[in-house]
Design a protein around this ligand. Sequence first.
Ligand code: PXP
Length: 247
Amino acid sequence: MTSVLSPGRLRLGVNIDHVATIRNARGGDHPDPVRAAQIVAAVGGDGITAHLREDRRHIRDEDLARIQAATNLPLNLEMAATDEMLEIALRHMPHAACIVPERREERTTEGGLDAAGQHNRLAPIVARLADAGIRVSLFIAPEARQIEAAMQLRVPVVELHTGEYAHATGEQRAIELRRIADMAALAARNGIEPHAGHGLTYENVQPIAAIPQLAELNIGHYLIGEAIFTGLESAVRRMRDLMDEAR
Ligand code: PXP
């Protein structure tokens, strides 16, 4: 838990969803995301992120309590803004809840949450989570109007979607990086802690990690993919080293 309280250091939250994706491919219990969470804890990861999707395609309901019981790391539960997920979050009481958009047909969380357009839907869910003491975050595109919407919803955290940056090349990547840096600064100036994530790899993480206002990165797919070749311990350590080097 100490890492949650140490400002200045860029935290690494490891998203273990895709360990469960591989497990579910055979319907059994191997590989177990709980074992991944324990390895992340052992190598100095700062948190575990898990997305309980409506279709349960990777993390399942019973995984949440098992992950929470297995390590002392804070759990960041990614969830859609639905009554079902709200009830599950209140039952499990994760350290943080990151509200994400969810479409059944998408392969992953493809865009940011429209916090500006969905204020009325989000407000009661944010309030219930916050009242319960769960740190609420909104996964948004790096746009000023979304930060403003987050301010109106009084969330303490926003997670800036780095997908456009990760997919861009050349000059466009520099433009996307600038947007993320500007929006991290805007959030921080307004008292919101900015996080970032999606599509981050060894190759593209450092310019993001160098943005001084960012407090946390959440990284999943690439780390789990690398873990197939080098082991999860080594993959998390390498990402951690690259992040530290960038600061
Ligand atoms: N942050 C959020 C809010 C996500 O939904 C995801 C997964 O889609 C991630 C971070 C991690 O993204 P990736 O698996 O591409 O590293």
